[in-house]
Design a protein around this ligand. Structure first.
Ligand code: GLP
Length: 254
């Protein structure tokens, strides 16, 4: 596991975007696994800037998002589909047919899960998977207790996760279930980039990187993957004892 500690959210976003951009430049037809949540918003903004100012080309890129809420249509502003178009896809030159998210209103939902997993395999698997982390250590929507062997499936969200995401639901009606790539689906990615910022993530990051590998802390499974880069800001890195004396590698000038 490669750990990069940066000073703040701005650097987190820049360093994350640089890794995605490097992947896309090296392999223009890359299959990217993408995450939602507050953490990657800045990274997506930086990628949009790179597209507009540097011509970073997404015309051959294929994307698969980690997850979607069950019951939300893509037109719902709280859906992850809407989020991705709002923050990234509408602003870059990625073809509509190259973009994939689970369909939250598909019936039966189990067929959607199976087809989604198959579509990833058909695309050749994910070259670079971007991940955030929940404060309980979840990745995608794989809550504590999710078996490591799991593929795309329906997850029952914990109260903690629903509370953490309530800010995106003005009516307070956070869905109870989500479709999520499984732990096994995530581990199949060739490379993984985990981003975490802020003090609320410090405990989960410490356990994920330095604790035992356990289904109770889903992100700890990343210790078993051969090519993981973790980019955290100093607040999220605060609990790391092994890296405790490291200085941030990216700091604001002056
Ligand atoms: C949701 C998403 C995850 C994300 C997590 C953390 O649960 N399904 O993919 O990593 O939130 O979100 P945030 O970055 O807003 O803290």
């Amino acid at each position: 596991m490669k750990l990069t500690i940066v000073e703040d959210y701005q650097w987190l976003s820049v360093v994350g975007a640089q890794m995605v951009a490097e992947q896309v430049r090296r392999q223009p037809g890359s299959v990217l696994g993408l995450a939602t949540g507050g953490t990657p918003v800045g990274m997506y903004a930086e990628l949009v800037r790179m597209y507009k100012e540097q011509g970073l080309d997404f015309s051959q890129v294929i994307t698969f998002n980690l997850d979607e809420y069950v019951g939300l249509a893509s037109s719902d502003p709280a859906s992850y589909n809407w989020y991705m178009w709002h923050h990234l896809f509408s602003h870059i030159n990625i073809p509509l047919e190259n973009v994939h998210l689970p369909n939250g209103i598909a019936v039966p939902v189990q067929d959607e899960c199976r087809c989604y997993e198959q579509a990833i395999t058909r695309a050749g698997g994910i070259d670079l998977q971007v991940l955030g982390i929940g404060s309980n250590g979840h990745i995608g929507f794989n809550e504590p207790g999710t078996p490591f062997e799991s593929e795309t499936q329906v997850i029952c969200l914990t109260e903690e996760t629903r509370r953490a995401n309530a800010r995106y639901f003005p009516d307070g009606n956070v869905p109870t279930h989500a479709i999520s790539m499984g732990i096994k689906s995530i581990l199949k990615a060739k490379r993984i980039l985990l981003l975490a910022g802020g003090p609320d993530k410090a405990a989960a990051i410490e356990q994920a990187l330095e604790g035992p590998v356990t289904v109770e802390l889903p992100a700890s499974v990343l210790q078993l993957h051969p090519d993981v880069t973790v980019v955290v800001d100093t607040a999220a890195a605060a609990g790391l004892t092994k890296a405790g004396s490291e200085k941030p590698t990216h700091q604001a000038a002056g």
